[in-house]
Structure formats: structure tokens, C-alpha cells
Design a protein around this ligand. Sequence first.
Ligand SMILES: *[C@@H]1O[C@H](CO)[C@@H](O)[C@H](O)[C@H]1NC(C)=O
Ligand SMILES: *[C@@H]1O[C@H](CO)[C@@H](O)[C@H](O)[C@H]1NC(C)=O
Ligand SMILES: *[C@@H]1O[C@H](CO)[C@@H](O)[C@H](O)[C@H]1NC(C)=O
Ligand SMILES: *[C@@H]1O[C@H](CO)[C@@H](O)[C@H](O)[C@H]1NC(C)=O
Ligand SMILES: [Cu+2]
Length: 333
Amino acid sequence: MRFPSLLVTLSAVTLAYSQHCTQPRQRQEWRTLNDDQKHAYLDAVVCLQNLTSNGYHDGAKSRFDDFVATHQALSDEIHKTGQFLAWHRYFMKVWEDALRSECGWQGSLSYWNWSIDVDAGEFDKSPVFDPDTGFGGNGADQAHKNAGPFNNLTSLPDWDPQAQTGGGCVKGGPFAHYTLNIGPGTLKREHCLTRAFNPSTFSGITGQHVHDTLAQYPFESFRLKLEGDRHTSGWDTHDGGHLAVGGEMSNVYSSPNDVLFYAHHAMLDSVWAQWQSANSTDRMYQISGPSSVNDDTKQVTLDFMLPMTGLSDDVPVRNVMDTKGGFLCYIYV
Ligand SMILES: *[C@@H]1O[C@H](CO)[C@@H](O)[C@H](O)[C@H]1NC(C)=O
Ligand SMILES: *[C@@H]1O[C@H](CO)[C@@H](O)[C@H](O)[C@H]1NC(C)=O
Ligand SMILES: *[C@@H]1O[C@H](CO)[C@@H](O)[C@H](O)[C@H]1NC(C)=O
Ligand SMILES: *[C@@H]1O[C@H](CO)[C@@H](O)[C@H](O)[C@H]1NC(C)=O
Ligand SMILES: [Cu+2]
């Protein structure tokens, strides 16, 4: 009897699963997409920039601005807190869904594995910066580099402003001439997309650093290591990646103005998914951390509602813990 009952159990499990997430979308590394796939994504983003705002946030003119405005409004809750990974995972789902449903895109979000570029000593030559099949390169050289409030929120003892290059408006690529309306920082005014590459934070995004991050346990240590702990010096993957690109990306409020934000955060999300799958029974539903920077007393739990300020419904953290759980349906390849 052992064999048939095992079969029944297996098929019941498979069935339950298949009703939720049969064909997970595959999130690939940016450089593994072909040129048509790259252009399809970039075109879909331009489409979102052309669509009119849903009107939930003052100052937002386009659907693209809506995403930046939501992130800007929530910045003090969703960074350096237990919400960080779950919130950004959900935000990327909303982004991916909007590109598909409103702009006819058929693809799946892709990620930027910066460790490939940094470990090769060729950050500037990364395919993500290609003017045709990427997001454009560094900002034009200018003396004033517009360092964003990542600098403002933390003491950043190891950040070297002198190491920055560029600093002005991004010169090439599909977003060079787009006028941003949300930001920079907490402001809402028209400006261009800036970048200021800064090698002084590359140490946070090496393959070795990802390896060290994955070795952390439990979730509390992992999330602090991945995002960067305000109380320790040195770079971690989240802040290191934002500050390596610099300019708008270095701004904790308005960084989604740089479309690379999504490729960077998808990479962080893939590291989290990898950490979870190292022992799913134990790790899949581990979550912890304060719910806001200003209030250490309320902890994030699986029932904690992730806010989305009208961009989409607020949902409980539980919904986004498993990337194949049904509410979400994707894997990293
Ligand atoms: C976006 O709008 C611009 C200017 O109106 C237009 O040239 C372009 O074709 C539009 N692109 C997309 C993808 O909708
Ligand atoms: C990123 O690239 C490194 C170096 O090739 C590789 O070891 C690692 O598995 C990659 N990580 C992801 C998430 O793709
Ligand atoms: C720096 O932080 C202060 C206080 O949190 C804020 O008022 C200010 O707008 C921030 N600066 C920038 C450039 O965003
Ligand atoms: C996974 O976690 C469970 C629960 O903590 C534990 O019993 C099990 O030994 C772990 N498996 C591995 C392969 O580490
Ligand atoms: Cu963020």
C-alpha cells in the first residue's frame, strides 16, 4: 500500500500547486535577452511614460510617474525596515503587470547581475548601459554631482564623492530626453535623469559579497546584510548598487526614476529567493524587522499589509513570500 498512497499524495500536491502557478514567468539576466526582447521592454517603459497618471499623487503626470511617486511617498517606511524586501518584491509585480496589461508587453522582468561587471573590472562597459539595447550610460560630466539622500539618511563613512564621474543628464538611450516630474529626492519638479558612476561602492556588489550575504541566517541577519545596516560602515548589495550608478539612482526617495532601479531590485529579489530556497521549509516564510524607521515597536509579520498608495491593492506580506505561491508566479533563471 505504500506505493499507491505515495502516488496519491504526490498528485494531490501537484494539483493544488498547478491551480495556482502552473507556468511561472522566467526572469532572466538582462544580457541573456536577445535584442528584440530588450527593445520590447524598453518600448513598454516608454509607453508607460506616455500614458496619463492615475491621479493619486500630486505632481505625477504619467503612469511612469505614479510608480516613482508611490516609492517617494513611502520611502521612510519601506527602507531600513522589515518591509524592505517584501515591499519591493510586490512593487516589481505591480510594475510588471502594468507594462503587460497597459502596454501590451509580453515579457517578464529581468535583473541586472552587476557582480559579473564589477568582478570583470568592467562596470562602465556593462550591457545595461548600452545606448541602443540598454538603459543608456553615465551622466554628462559636470562639476556638481547631485548626490542623493542615501547620503542624507546615513553617514556613509566610506562613500567617496571625489570618486564620482559624470553627474549630469544621461546622454544616450531611450530615457535621455524624458522629463521626470517626481523628485529629485522629496521634491516634485521637472528634471532630467542623472547618473554619476562611483567605483567607491563596488565592494558591495561583488560576487564574493553576494556569497557572504547568502551565508547569513536567520532572515533578520540576512535582510540587514543585504540592505545595509545604518549602524555599520562598508557597502552592502542594496546601497552599493544604488550608489555605484549614482545620480537619481542614489536617491532613496526618487530612485525609480532610473529604470535600472527595477533591474537592480530584481537582482536583490533573486538573492532573497535564492536564500529562501536554500531550505524552503524553514526559510520561505521567515520575515522580521520593524515596520517603520521611526517606530521600532511594531514588527512586520506575515499579516502586515504592504501599502501601495492606490497604485494597486494593499496586500499582506504573506502573499509575496513565495514567488510561485499563486499571487506571484515567477522564477529566476
Ligand atoms: C511616446 O510618445 C512619443 C511622443 O508623443 C511618440 O513619439 C512615441 O512613439 C510614443 N512611444 C510609445 C512607445 O508609445
Ligand atoms: C551572478 O553572476 C555570478 C558570476 O557569474 C554568479 O556566480 C551568480 O550565480 C550570478 N547570480 C545570479 C543571481 O544570477
Ligand atoms: C534631507 O533630509 C531632510 C530631513 O529628512 C529633508 O528635509 C531633505 O529634503 C533631504 N534632502 C534632500 C536633498 O532630499
Ligand atoms: C531545513 O530546516 C528544517 C527546519 O528547521 C530542518 O529540520 C532541516 O534539517 C533543514 N534542512 C536542511 C537540508 O538543512
Ligand atoms: Cu526602494
